[in-house]
Design a protein. Structure first.
Length: 171
């Protein structure tokens, strides 16, 4: 009997319209829940991607060091190189600082102004030309070109060869 009464009331147009609206709203609610789940999954994926990109940015910043925010040797060196090329290409001349770029030219320039420089034992065109027997028991071997102690060896004679006192390797 209760079912019969319910069926009667549901057949009435306002109740039937209400039930149809509720059914439609529930279907819409289900679609919205599915979209919400899809968006949550996409948000997690994008968050992971953002974390990876932020990590990459941090690595790049670390690699660049302080060049992003303040002057650095690398940035200044690159800037100076651009200027040298500009002067060479635009004016057809050597950038003035390049006249003392090699150590030998720099030593001559310093000596001409009364500035003491290291004593030179010998000058060789290549490392293969060095006559090790004629060299003293300890000395510094330097490349003519280079910066930041690259190519510099503090050598001391030991047995049949030399040991680089800077890194402990033997020659």
């Amino acid at each position: 009997m209760v079912q019969l009464v319910r069926a009667f009331f549901r057949s009435l147009p306002p109740v039937a319209q209400r039930d149809a609206t509720i059914s439609s709203l529930r279907a819409g609610q289900d679609r919205l829940r599915q979209r919400l789940e899809t968006h949550k999954i996409e948000r997690r994926r994008l968050s992971a991607q953002l974390r990876a990109l932020n990590a990459e940015v941090n690595l790049l910043r670390a690699d660049l060091g302080a060049t992003v925010t303040k002057p650095s040797f690398r940035r200044k060196h690159a800037e100076a190189q651009r200027r040298r090329i500009l002067v060479r290409d635009e004016y057809g001349m050597q950038y003035p600082i390049m006249t003392v770029n090699s150590k030998l030219d720099g030593y001559r320039f310093a000596a001409s102004h009364g500035i003491p420089t290291p004593r030179q034992i010998a000058i060789y065109q290549s490392a293969g030309d060095i006559d090790w027997a004629l060299l003293p028991d300890s000395f510094v071997l330097k490349a003519i070109q280079g910066t930041s102690a690259r190519g510099v060896m503090l050598l001391e004679r030991h047995d049949e060869g030399y040991i680089d006192l800077l890194d402990g390797t033997g020659q």
